[in-house]
Design a protein. Structure first.
Length: 538
């Protein structure tokens, strides 16, 4: 929450408290009007009624202003947090270490919205609770010290019990929110594996597992509601007892049954009505705070999860991720002093224009990381990276990537047409035709219902692994890039498809493109000009 928004919330909460503090003045006017009607019916009560109405209008205007400002501030806070999350996730290299896509989506949508009730309800209720009861207590003490004593005894017990209940509410809310993220992750994973689930005939097991997760979430949600009802019950019990005791004292005092509790003078009808009107509003701020207590518990759980996300520290990519003019200069690449987060040092690289280089080594040795470093998708502390004669940083990364073709190990698709998945919005029929020819996927396109206009889902529904890999390759070579970075381009492919990908990569190298390929495929590595072996630390 930025300082300006925090000040706006405090200001709106103060306006709400001022509106509540005006009630004793209205109560005094009502008490005087009733007293005059009982003792002197002919005395003028119209000015008292007019004053009551005027104060009511002022209170209504102040409340509306406070609500409007709080809503605007709450939306600004949530929008800012959501923008930070989306921008950070878009800039992260690879998968987030915080959780799956479902957990991130839940945090950015449903969970952040839980901050709105906290800001619009709990924050003003907290300030009213700190101010209004003290004002009413002072006025009650001025009229009858017994009433002040009753309120003073009943009032503090409520926050004590609410605090005890609040600890349980926070834990219940945290467990509920964690289960929401887990359930979202489970749904995303099952949807991405839907074809495999059908092939294996595991539909019933998956449905049973998902139903069990949903039932667990239902139980956790009911626990949160049970705690919320418990806090309301505690408040209503003590407030009802306090108001009842004030009413008994006022009634017995007006009947002269009780003759103590005031400052010597007999309690008159005006003072009695005034005290009766004040007593419920002594507990009203506490009632509002209790109603918003579970909002606070939910918001604290969300804030803790958001803080955990912000502390994940996943590497961010260089550049703004925007289209840019290609970086000028020969596509020479140099990497020195690169070290993995685990502390393992990567070998220094110097790749000349047009060179074909294979990166080999066991899984976890840093092959993929090194490719991401060359693409500006990962920053390693202390690493010095130069491309095309310039330092690779935020100012040059987008222009450098304009010269790259990127082929990740796991194919990713847009929820768009096949054409869009290949040209990425750079409409060029000749370049698209050339990319399709290089990837040898003409038969695949012809078999699709609408050819290049066939819409693919994010998981490439309807495509085999090999077809998806070839479409990813077509995307990488679209526009004849100067440098192609390929991560395990032949992994998990049948021999024929792997041979087609290898042939296409060599063809790109033959036209002059620089190739840097991370692979376990010894056949592919042997076709490169140079092989660099990375070793994993023992």
């Amino acid at each position: 929450m930025v300082r300006a928004e925090a000040r706006a919330i405090q200001h709106a909460s103060l306006i709400s408290a001022v509106s509540a503090v005006l009630w004793p003045a209205q109560a005094a006017l009502v008490a005087l009007a009733i007293s005059r009607m009982l003792t002197a019916p002919d005395s003028g009560i119209v000015p008292l009624i007019a004053g009551f109405v005027a104060l009511g209008l002022i209170r209504a205007a102040l409340s509306a202003m406070a609500d409007r400002n709080l809503q605007a501030s709450a939306r600004a806070v949530v929008a800012g947090a959501r923008e930070t999350l989306v921008r950070s996730e878009a800039a992260r290299a690879g998968d987030t270490r915080f959780g799956g896509a479902g957990a991130i989506a839940a945090l950015g949508s449903t969970k952040l919205d839980l901050l709105i009730p906290y800001i619009t309800r709990y924050q003003p209720a907290r300030l009213r609770t700190a101010l209004v009861p003290l004002v009413i207590l002072a006025l009650s003490f001025w009229q009858a010290w017994v009433v002040a004593a009753v309120l003073l005894v009943a009032g503090p017990l409520i926050p004590v019990f609410m605090a005890l209940v609040g600890w349980a509410a926070k834990e219940a809310s945290a467990r509920q929110l964690a289960e929401i993220g887990t359930l979202n992750d489970t749904l995303v994973e099952r949807l991405s594996a839907l074809a495999d689930i059908r092939v294996l005939g595991a539909q019933s097991q998956v449905l049973d597992g998902f139903a069990a997760r949903a039932e667990d979430l239902r139980r956790r949600t009911m626990r949160v509601l049970a705690v919320a009802f418990l806090s309301s019950t505690v408040l209503e019990l003590f407030s009802a007892l306090g108001v009842a005791m004030v009413a008994v004292f006022v009634g017995f005092s007006l009947l002269d049954i009780v003759t103590f509790g005031t400052w010597g003078a007999k309690l008159d009808p005006a003072a009695g009505v005034f005290l009766l009107l004040l007593a419920p509003d002594f507990f009203q701020p506490l009632r509002d705070l209790s109603a918003a207590w579970h909002d606070k518990a939910a918001a604290e759980a969300v804030a803790e999860e958001y803080h955990d996300w912000s502390q994940t520290g996943a590497a961010a990519r260089l550049g703004a991720g925007m289209a840019a003019m290609p970086l000028s200069g020969p596509p020479e690449m140099t990497v020195t002093d690169a070290r993995l987060p685990s502390g393992v040092s990567l070998p220094d690289l110097h790749i000349r224009p047009g060179e074909r280089v294979a990166l080999i080594g066991p899984s976890g040795a840093g092959k993929t990381t090194l490719l991401r470093v060359l693409a500006g998708l990962v920053q390693l502390p202390g690493a010095q990276v130069r491309v095309a004669g310039q330092t690779l940083d935020d100012s040059t990364a987008d222009a450098w990537r304009a010269r790259l073709g990127w082929m990740p190990q796991a194919p990713h698709f847009l929820n768009a047409s096949l054409r869009r998945n290949i040209d990425m919005g750079q409409a060029d029929a000749a370049a698209t035709a050339r990319a399709l020819d290089r990837a040898a996927i003409g038969p695949v396109v012809a078999a699709l219902p609408q050819g290049l206009n066939t819409r693919l889902g994010e998981t490439g529904a309807g495509l085999s692994g090999g077809e998806g890999r070839r479409i990813t390759f077509a995307r990488a070579v679209h526009g004849a890039p100067d440098v192609i970075l390929a991560d395990e381009p032949t992994a998990d492919l049948d021999p024929d498809t792997a041979a087609q990908i290898t042939k296409a990569l060599l063809a790109e190298g033959a036209r002059g493109a620089t190739l840097v390929i991370a692979t376990h495929d010894q056949t592919l590595a042997a076709r490169m000009d140079r092989v660099i072996e990375l070793r994993r630390a023992e």
